[in-house]
Design a protein around this ligand. Structure first.
Ligand SMILES: *[C@@H]1O[C@H](CO)[C@@H](O)[C@H](O)[C@H]1NC(C)=O
Ligand SMILES: *[C@@H]1O[C@H](CO)[C@@H](O)[C@H](O)[C@H]1NC(C)=O
Ligand SMILES: *[C@@H]1O[C@H](CO)[C@@H](O)[C@H](O)[C@H]1NC(C)=O
Ligand SMILES: *[C@@H]1O[C@H](CO)[C@@H](O)[C@H](O)[C@H]1NC(C)=O
Ligand SMILES: *[C@@H]1O[C@H](CO)[C@@H](O)[C@H](O)[C@H]1NC(C)=O
Ligand SMILES: *[C@@H]1O[C@H](CO)[C@@H](O)[C@H](O)[C@H]1NC(C)=O
Ligand SMILES: *[C@@H]1O[C@H](CO)[C@@H](O)[C@H](O)[C@H]1NC(C)=O
Length: 419
């Protein structure tokens, strides 16, 4: 009894009162009169920019936005209106040539997953740009020669995209460039040797399709970090590498098609903490000069065709955390190196050292040594071009191996930026 149903009369009254509205609605919808004109949209207000430099780049950004075919994070939804400095991925600052102006100083699309057929006409038309970071997007095409017109640019990160074609030679004209990251793209052909004369701090070109003999000019580079890994570089490591002795900190030659013998000059790299030339076809002995790498932590020649004695001088380097010589054809190790094997610093698996566990078969070793291999400058292999620190044998000066700290060049072997 709680529910009071409406009186039938009430329903009839409601019907009668709404009937004219219904009829009007029906007739209006069915009439053939043209619908009354829509009110005109308001005149678009001209956008007010806080600086004319921002007004100038607004159409460039909007034109680029229209070419974007995928935006999984929806960042381009914020690219509206005059406040360019609050667009996601865009950063403003006062430009070097006018401290009272506000300009678009930096574009950071790292990890946005944007796809566009090209960035031409975009970055090269942002005249105040100092940094362009685009790690892990799906940009393709080639790089416009016009980027060399950007007066302030010093960091260019195009890593983990789908850029292709030749090495973007236009970057060679950018005199202030200090950071160039082209890793994980589809660049092919050769790397112009002038890039090693540029004042770069960082050059990451790993994981492309570069195919060429390593140029002798690499020794001219003032870079601290160099990654050639996972390309198709051929030929020997140039002797000129020794010229980079005061600057080079980490270098990865890993997984190319390098041949020939190790240059004695590699031992000049007294500031190097990482040298990895693993997975190539390098041959000959290890030069004793490597004992002069007084800061080396990671030293790898694993997976090559090296042979001979592992020099005790190398095993005495106190900073070593990982000396990887696995998968070669070494035949002899001394007591200091044996201690390193025991402590897990030296990996000498799959070599030809008699009575050491986990070595290649006698037949495999015999087959390798059937072909004699010669190195030029063999006399240099015994020279130690430094004063070795005293080695205290059983009272080891060895620092306990550092915890595996994040090394810059090895991070570059991952697609994403991991800062
Ligand atoms: C007639 O048009 C009005 C508004 O334009 C709409 O709300 C109504 O549903 C339409 N009626 C019919 C029967 O199409
Ligand atoms: C510097 O920038 C400010 C703000 O945009 C502008 O008003 C001024 O004219 C500029 N100065 C020069 C020398 O260009
Ligand atoms: C690029 O696009 C492909 C296919 O659309 C997708 O699988 C991939 O995750 C994208 N890459 C990035 C870095 O967003
Ligand atoms: C480079 O800039 C010039 C004029 O500044 C323009 O005519 C040309 O089309 C641009 N080239 C590319 C590839 O964007
Ligand atoms: C660079 O290295 C080469 C080969 O080791 C050497 O002949 C040359 O003198 C070096 N140049 C400089 C400037 O050190
Ligand atoms: C190289 O090492 C020397 C001393 O061994 C040091 O003075 C110099 O700053 C180091 N250079 C770099 C780039 O770390
Ligand atoms: C030592 O270096 C080799 C070659 O780079 C690598 O495969 C291995 O994982 C490293 N070992 C440790 C314990 O870091």
């Amino acid at each position: 009894m709680g529910i009071i149903s409406p009186h039938p009369l009430t329903l009839i009254l409601i019907f009668i009162f709404t009937l004219p509205h219904l009829l009007r609605a029906l007739t209006h919808n069915c009439s053939c009169e043209p619908p009354s004109p829509e009110p005109l949209p308001p005149e678009p207000q001209p956008l007010a920019f806080i600086d004319r430099r921002l007004a100038a780049v607004y159409p460039i950004i909007q034109r680029f936005k229209a070419t974007i075919t995928s935006d999984p994070l929806g960042v381009t939804q914020t690219w509206i209106g005059s406040d360019i400095c609050s667009y996601r991925g865009f950063y403003c600052d006062s430009p070097p040539d006018n401290s009272s102006a506000t300009a678009l100083a930096s574009v950071d699309f790292n990890g946005f997953g944007l796809a566009a057929p090209s960035v031409d006409g975009f970055i090269d038309n942002l005249p105040d740009l100092a940094l362009f970071h685009a790690n892990s997007n799906n940009f393709s095409g080639t790089i416009s020669p016009n980027i060399s017109n950007l007066p302030f640019i010093y960091e260019l990160d195009l890593s983990n995209n789908k850029f292709s074609g030749e090495f973007p030679a236009s970057v060679l004209q950018i005199s202030g460039l200090t950071f160039l990251d082209l890793r994980f793209n589809f660049f092919s052909g050769t790397v112009p040797s002038q890039v090693f004369k540029q004042t770069l701090d960082v050059l990451f070109i790993n994981n492309n399709n570069f195919m060429q003999k390593l140029p002798a000019e690499i020794g001219s580079t003032p870079a601290f970090y160099l990654t050639f890994a996972n390309n198709k570089f051929t030929g020997p490591i140039p002797r000129s590498i020794g010229n980079a002795s005061s600057t080079l900190i980490e270098v990865l030659f890993l997984n190319n098609q390098l041949t020939g013998c190790l240059p004695y000059e590699l031992g000049f790299l007294r500031n190097a903490t990482v040298i990895d030339a693993g997975q190539n076809r390098l041959t000959g002995p290890l030069p004793c000069s490597l004992g002069c790498l007084e800061k080396i932590e990671q030293l790898s020649f694993a997976g090559n065709l090296l042979f001979g004695v592992v020099p005790e001088a190398v095993c005495k380097v106190a900073s070593l955390v990982n000396l990887s010589l696995a998968n070669n054809y070494f035949t002899m190790v001394g007591p200091v190196c044996r201690r390193l094997i025991k402590s897990g610093v030296l990996d000498l698996k799959k070599n030809c050292v008699p009575y050491l566990p986990d070595q290649r078969s006698t037949a495999e070793c015999a087959l390798f040594f059937r072909h004699p291999r010669y190195c030029p400058y063999l006399a240099s292999y015994n020279i130690i071009p430094c004063k070795l620190p005293p080695y205290h044998g059983y009272a080891p000066p060895r620092h306990s191996p550092r915890p595996n700290r994040r090394l810059v060049s090895y991070s570059a072997l991952e697609r994403r930026i991991l800062r």
